[in-house]
Write a protein of this length. Structure first.
Lengths: 315, 473
């Protein structure tokens, strides 16, 4: 060990390691600290809640942060009008159970009023930005919690935990505030708001292990079920009102599950027999495909897809 | 279209290893231009199997498009960490990027800090939360001025473990003598700084080839003269900062907010059997323990700016319905106290009698992170713990020459400068020397006009108080 300049550092013994918090407990503690900081320092926060697993975990963390009190902020959902009905049902039951206020921004209403136009590819995910910013402004939300994680994407890997947005909701990746120690700077001027990402440091596997450990309920389509699907753009698409096969696309029944539950028209299912949370944890641990690349058509458009949408005020 | 299941790997992760109790280790990387840092990070991620198939496909396509590795081809691992479009176009790294990977011993958070643009800003940011920092040196170039700057910043920030990776060892034919010479130079710089010999930090040197993978994840046969562990082994086994600090008896708990539902109890908790009567007058102080540990029955002091410390007893430690007997850093909990003091956000609860008097005079080292320079007489905000107060910059007392470690005369600080300053606070704060208290000795300097973070601040002792000479630079 001649290469150790100093005396050889003490290496961790298994005993010393076991007295430390587990990585999940450390991540949970960090997320709760951030949620409490935002509630303490902002006038009017809200939590983006889609019924997707990351937002469900966020809401669970918020209930723990303020126990035995109620979660002290409303939840905000941008409804594309193309959501899975069972996810909307899950959203409404969750809000009811926790006694929360739900604010909905509707893509359909913007389209009906002619303020948004349907895209040629039928995908509505990119259309969420306008109703989102409208809901933030009309409700005067100054902080919006999201379940974004840095392991999802290369642009997200560079985003701060508290991410400042200008009057247009835009993110300026080249001019971000340095984030030091556990001191979060959420100061903003009138018209600006902050996106807060308390589970930034979690991986997909952490999220699933936490869901398992905390026994958190999710919409059923995260688990394996039989569904009528057809193949498009290298993904399995569900047959539904907004997602109809073309004449040459054959409809078959497969055992599938979803890894994200976004817009029905662009979210693909993966073939999977993982019917329980334990099955999913093992599947995720073993999976060699990241979730966004595998199942979101809108992220495949270009290598910089996420960066462009974030600059425009997307989640 | 289907997920590719490697059940053996899943079993290794979930069953053979105690993943449920695996701990978290945060480290940062710092380096100069072209020393192969992105390649090293890519290599760590790739060889620890944190790179997933679709990411690797995208990188392989881009590598081929750009003709990386000539006719033989190959994968440019540096592409794995270039996140923003401008970075890919210009082939540089702009901002700190966070990466995640796990082995069967630990989960890692890697803060990848670019070296050439705003290196102090990036290194300070990455190092402020790091248990360890890996500094890269090009084996062909040895210790450069920038290396000295990096090591100097890491010593100031009191990073527990500094690991110097001597990269591109393949390009010096795996020469032991080249390595030993660099190692001796690093050792000399470490001694000048007090790095590795101050009982707080340690310093290791590892020869690696990020390009070929030597001594990154596996020990290399091409460096038989090196008998130490590979880089990843080092990262898997070094104690994390909170383990090293666990001997500290000094419980510190900045109060974030008061939990006082007054009847507005969570409906799901009530549905789950919470006794509504019992919780009618519930009052607890929520926060994250920044240091030490606390037990029910402990005597604590409540520190409120402008008031004498008030002593009381901890009657309960709650976390989401569970009553804990004891809690320690970095747990987030809610603490109940015996006396009904008026305690609010910004107050600190600390082990009784362990915090010296609060002070409105702040002597500090400032790492200046803004293009807007610091001038004497400036009005700023200081965020310390959970309290933000106004402050006046009374004087700038010089700046550090990071290459020579000398303090030079200066009356202003500019971007990437590290200097000494004296500030007068609008309200006294329970300030502690950063050297001994990495959380309660740290603060932010914020611009009151636009809210931007101007500086990272490290509290120093007042002149005249006993202070170790090494830190009075």
């Amino acid at each position: 060990m001649s290469t150790f300049i100093t005396e050889e550092p003490t290496l961790v013994t298994d005993a010393a390691e076991s007295t430390r918090l587990s990585s999940l407990d450390t991540l949970e503690s960090e997320a709760i600290h951030i949620i409490r900081e935002v509630v303490a320092e902002f006038e009017k926060p809200a939590l983006l809640f889609s019924g997707g697993k990351d937002s469900v975990v966020m809401l669970h963390l918020a209930t723990k942060a303020f126990w035995p009190g109620k979660v002290p902020f409303p939840v905000l959902h941008v409804d594309t009008g193309h959501n899975f009905p069972e996810v909307i049902d899950f959203r409404d039951r969750t809000v009811e159970r926790l006694g929360l206020k739900l604010v909905v921004g509707s893509v359909q209403e913007f389209i009906d009023r002619g303020e948004l136009a349907e895209r040629a590819d039928g995908t509505r995910n990119p259309l969420q930005t306008v109703p989102l910013l409208d809901a933030i402004q009309s409700n005067k939300f100054d902080a919006v919690f999201g379940g974004g994680r840095r392991d999802e994407d290369k642009a997200r890997a560079k985003e701060r935990i508290l991410s400042l947005r200008d009057e247009f909701g835009q993110w300026d990746p080249r001019n971000q505030r340095p984030e030091l120690w556990n001191l979060y700077n959420g100061r903003h001027t009138v018209g600006q708001h902050v996106r807060a990402f308390p589970i930034s440091n979690w991986t997909e596997l952490d999220v699933w292990r936490y869901i398992e450990r905390e026994n958190i309920e999710l919409p059923g389509l995260y688990y394996a079920h039989d569904r009528e699907v057809f193949a498009r753009d290298g993904m399995w698409r569900a047959v539904g009102e907004v997602s109809q096969p073309l004449p040459h696309e054959e409809v078959i029944t497969k055992t599938v599950r979803y890894r994200t539950v976004g817009d029905m028209s662009c979210t693909g299912a993966v073939e999977s027999a993982a019917a329980t949370v334990r099955d999913v944890v093992i599947e995720v641990a073993a999976s060699t495909i990241t979730e966004r690349g595998a199942t979101r058509a809108d992220d495949r458009i270009s290598e910089a897809a996420m960066e462009d949408r974030k600059k425009d005020g997307y989640f | 279209m289907t997920t590719d299941i490697d059940t053996a790997r899943a079993a290794a992760l979930l069953d053979e290893a105690p993943l449920a109790s695996a701990s978290l280790f945060r480290f940062a990387t710092a380096g100069s231009v072209d020393d192969g840092k992105s390649t090293l990070v890519g290599r760590l991620l790739h060889d620890s199997k944190a790179i997933l198939a679709d990411q690797l496909d995208a990188v392989a396509r881009t590598s081929a498009d750009r003709g990386f590795g000539g006719a033989a081809g190959g994968i440019d691992l540096a592409l794995l960490t270039d996140g923003l479009r401008a970075e890919r176009e210009q082939g540089i790294t702009i901002d700190v990027a966070y990466r995640y990977f796990a082995t069967d011993r630990r989960s890692f958070i890697l803060a990848d800090c670019p070296g050439h643009v705003q290196y102090t800003k990036n290194t300070v940011t990455g190092a402020s939360t790091a248990d360890a920092v890996v500094v890269l040196i090009d084996a062909r170039k040895g210790v450069l001025e920038q290396t000295r700057r990096h090591l100097s910043v890491l010593q100031l920030l009191r990073v527990a473990h500094v690991i110097v990776a001597v990269n591109k060892i393949d390009l010096v034919d795996f020469s032991e003598s080249v390595f030993r010479e660099i190692e001796a130079d690093v050792q000399k710089v470490g001694r000048e700084l007090g790095l590795g010999s101050d009982g707080i930090t340690d310093l290791l040197v590892v020869p690696v080839s990020a390009l070929d993978g030597d001594n990154v994840v596996e020990r290399s046969e091409r460096t038989p003269w090196y008998t130490g562990p590979a880089l990843l082994e080092v990262l898997e086994t070094l104690p994390a900062a909170d383990e090293l600090e666990s001997h500290l008896e000094s419980f510190r708990f900045p109060v974030q907010l008061v939990i006082r539902p007054q009847g507005a109890l969570a409906p799901d908790a009530v549905a789950g059997g919470l006794d509504v009567e019992e919780y009618r007058d519930y009052r607890a102080y929520a926060g994250q323990i920044t240091e030490g540990s606390v037990k029910v029955g402990d005597k604590v002091s409540v520190l409120t700016p402008g008031q004498d410390p008030r002593t009381t007893t901890v009657t309960g430690i709650d976390f989401a319905g569970a009553s804990l007997e004891e809690a320690s850093a970095p747990q987030s909990v809610a603490i109940r106290l015996a006396d009904e003091f008026d305690v609010a956000r910004g107050d600190t609860i600390a082990a009784a009698g362990t915090v010296r008097e609060s002070s409105a005079d702040l002597y500090a080292q400032l790492c200046w992170l803004s293009p807007k320079p610091l001038r004497e007489g400036a009005k700023v905000l200081v965020k310390h713990g959970t309290r933000t107060v106004q402050a006046l910059v009374r004087s700038v007392n010089g700046k550090l020459d990071l290459a020579t470690f000398n303090l030079e005369g200066a009356s202003s600080l500019e971007l990437n400068d590290i200097g000494h300053a004296q500030l007068r606070l609008a309200a006294p704060l329970p300030l502690e020397n950063y050297l001994h208290h990495r959380r309660t000795g740290a603060f932010l300097v914020i611009d009151p006009l636009d809210g931007n973070t101007l500086a990272a601040g490290l509290v120093k002792d007042h002149p005249g108080d006993h202070e170790d000479e090494r830190y009075s630079i």
